[in-house]
Write a protein that binds this ligand. Sequence first.
Ligand SMILES: Nc1ncnc2c1ncn2[C@@H]1O[C@H](COP(=O)(O)OP(=O)(O)OP(=O)(O)O)[C@@H](O)[C@H]1O
Ligand code: SF4
Ligand SMILES: [Mg+2]
Length: 351
Amino acid sequence: MTAPILSARGLVQTFANRKAGEWRRHLVHAVDGVDIEVREGETLAIVGESGSGKSSLARLLLSLSKPVRGTISYRGQALDGLTKAEHRAYRAEVQAVFQNPAASLNPRMRVESILTHVIRRHRLAEGNGVRELIAGELHAVGLTPAGEFMQRFPHQLSGGQQQRVAIARAMIRKPRLIIADEPLSSLDISIQTQILDLMRELKRKTKVGFLLISHDLNAVRSIADRVVVMYRGRIVEAGKDVLTRPLHPYTRALLDARLIPDPKLARSRRRIILESDAASTSPPSGGCRFRDRCPFAIAVCETQDPELKRVCADESLVACHRVERRMGFELAQPVRPEALSRDRGVRIGSH
Ligand SMILES: Nc1ncnc2c1ncn2[C@@H]1O[C@H](COP(=O)(O)OP(=O)(O)OP(=O)(O)O)[C@@H](O)[C@H]1O
Ligand code: SF4
Ligand SMILES: [Mg+2]
């Protein structure tokens, strides 16, 4: 197993939010006790409904915001304790790509100036070397002829080309990890496939790893080495087979929410269907945070928050009281008929 480039322990991030029509603020635990490791060269995907805390976690790992509690380590060293040189290395090795490339590129600068700015700021090249470096990076992300793309302004590029420039800007510092928050969601389907192909190619050629946040489970399935599932600020499942052998009821529900040409899942008789998103409901206090939507909840789920623990011989981690060794929920039966009610946001259906 490769060493982690980034790891976090006990991360907590909160926001004081106000609901529409209410004057009082309430505390949202966007990230609520997350332990995570991102290993060198791997593609780790984070999935979960809107509001589950994926972007908040990404911002913490990028040091774009400070956690309320917990530590983040870069190559085994806590970020707070890094020397200046180590901190520079962290900033270079861990890069970001965001959802909306148009917003992340300065509209008044040509592509050449956008990339020159990064090169000069970090003294990556001088003289003719600057143009050579830019040409090489544009070529690497498929923007050829590079000389022509250098002269364009962001608005003269398609969405896919803008995202390629954003990726080139991240790649110019020779990162070991790119944290990409929904990099595909603003693009057409055919362009999404091209960007995924580009990510695969960059990984093959440069061994860069990705932490990919995406709503698109098919995209995640096609590229991720490991998958982490977040629900209301917590990791509820993690592992290599999460999308082919889901063990947590929430992961099952996420998979059941979209159609995939997967004969194994198509054979599954029971489907869990989520009917409201996590962000629209307040989490139950105490116990498992999925219990208000879970058809498998039993008494212990009301009182004890399940720990994320290893359940199989492989690396799968699941936070559920009812997961048993090597047993998926394909076999489990719902025990609470009332949990099937529509207003609890979940029902069981059949194919
Ligand atoms: N800057 C902020 N100020 C206030 N609340 C925030 C802020 N950022 C996130 N939140 C809240 O934290 C929770 C998690 O949000 P986050 O954006 O991390 O979720 P997400 O999983 O990335 O969702 P999406 O898939 O919609 O991008 C939500 O309830 C959100 O409203
Ligand atoms: S711990 Fe209980 S409520 Fe939570 S997911 Fe497992 S069965 Fe459902
Ligand atoms: Mg987000």
